[in-house]
Design a protein around this ligand. Structure first.
Ligand SMILES: Cc1cc2nc3c(=O)[nH]c(=O)nc-3n(C[C@H](O)[C@H](O)[C@H](O)COP(=O)(O)O)c2cc1C
Length: 354
């Protein structure tokens, strides 16, 4: 099943493994750097059927750190276009861009500087659904006004348009890991009492408005995906009913895939990220409630025997895999068949005589 082709909108994916988006905090004023060329040319040859490029900010204050990729000006658009041409010249698989706004999780150090804590110098005022802090040592964000919300929706739409002009095959909207859209969906963070807070319908309004606007702008052949929060792993957080509600609405708008992730709304939750395939049970429950949309998940899926069983038993359609590709971008070559190995590398994988 892992190697069974699958149709994703107008594209045929050659297998069920997708490179999960992974921030590199290595941009030059938002544009891809030489590091991205090196890193992504390894990943495009990995044997995965699709690549989702790391979380890319829709605005300056939507960055997590100063080193994030961003796509909100002409120079960045030109530089992304160069990158896509380069990657496509190596191997032509679908490449999507994950677009995001950090909200109250922004204005912080890169992970390997001061443990990713909030910036003390050159910081910026963050924005969120409410003015609740992420943690005691984090600053209070501004509560977004209705005008701010309008602006944020336009920023997502503009970044999606720029990404399509730059040559991406699709867009993945980031609604997870405690970033701005998640900050609206989760009752842990959203304590508004206007039309963007309160009931699940109101908490999900921003995510649906952004998705609708992007869907309208997107050419029919382009992919629209979502990284969705299945659970906050907290008593009063997003429930399974909430995520099923949102997933169904997203499907009705016409998204092509939904990747179930979870956690991250505050620093400590009850999520255990060490167990194999730790989000598969939750994904199965959400998938049971959805028809005509591909459902995937992410998190310790690298045991391919297990993954095979899980796809076969319809618990998921797509596997978004991250860290194994950072450790060794060629790890699929030995596990899958010869077709995944670039011709130039075949000699290294020939069976040796005894
Ligand atoms: C270095 C690194 C950066 C990441 N950046 C992102 C990101 O930009 N967007 C996102 O949705 N998830 C991000 N993640 C989460 C991964 O996409 C993936 O979901 C997670 O690592 C679990 O999958 P794995 O067990 O296969 O690594 C990141 C993970 C790592 C290790």
């Amino acid at each position: 099943m892992i190697k069974k082709k699958i149709k994703l909108n107008n594209n045929i994916l050659s297998n069920r493994i997708i490179v999960s988006p992974m921030c590199q905090y290595s941009s030059i004023r938002g544009s891809p750097s030489n590091w991205h060329y090196k890193h992504l040319s390894n990943l495009i040859l990995s044997g995965a059927s699709m690549l989702v490029l790391e979380s890319t900010a829709v605005s300056k204050i939507g960055r997590i750190t100063y080193n994030d990729l961003g796509l909100f000006n002409k120079t960045q658009e030109k530089n992304f276009s160069k990158l896509i041409k380069f990657l496509k010249s190596i191997k032509d698989i679908p490449i999507c861009l994950q677009i995001s706004h950090s909200g109250r999780k922004g204005s912080c150090n890169i992970p390997w500087v001061n443990s990713g804590n909030p910036l003390k110098k050159n910081k910026w005022k963050t924005i969120s659904s409410s003015n609740l802090k992420r943690d005691i040592n984090w600053p209070a964000p501004k509560k977004a006004s209705l005008n701010d919300i309008k602006k944020i929706i336009s920023e997502f739409e503009n970044t999606a348009s720029r990404a399509i002009r730059a040559g991406f095959d699709g867009i993945e909207i980031h609604m997870a890991h405690g970033y701005l859209i998640h900050q609206f969906i989760s009752p842990i963070c959203n304590v508004r009492n206007d039309e963007y807070g309160g009931s699940v319908k109101k908490r999900c309004r921003l995510s649906l408005e952004i998705t609708e606007r992007i869907k309208k702008k997107l050419p029919k052949n382009k992919i629209l995906g979502i990284r969705l929060t299945g659970s906050d792993h907290l008593n009063k957080g997003i429930s399974l009913n909430d995520s099923v509600y949102l997933a169904k609405k997203l499907k009705n708008i016409g998204v092509n895939y939904i990747c179930i992730s979870s956690g991250g709304i505050i620093r400590k939750t009850n999520l255990n990220i060490n167990k194999q395939a730790f989000r598969v049970a939750m994904t199965k429950k959400i998938k049971e409630n959805l028809k005509n949309v591909l459902v995937g998940t992410t998190g310790r899926l690298e045991n391919l025997k297990n993954l095979e069983k899980n796809i076969l038993s319809k618990k998921l359609d797509l596997a978004f895999i991250g860290r194994p590709f950072l450790k060794n971008s060629n790890w699929l070559y030995d596990s899958l068949d010869k077709n995944y190995i670039p011709k130039q590398y075949e000699k290294a994988f020939e069976k040796k005589d005894k």
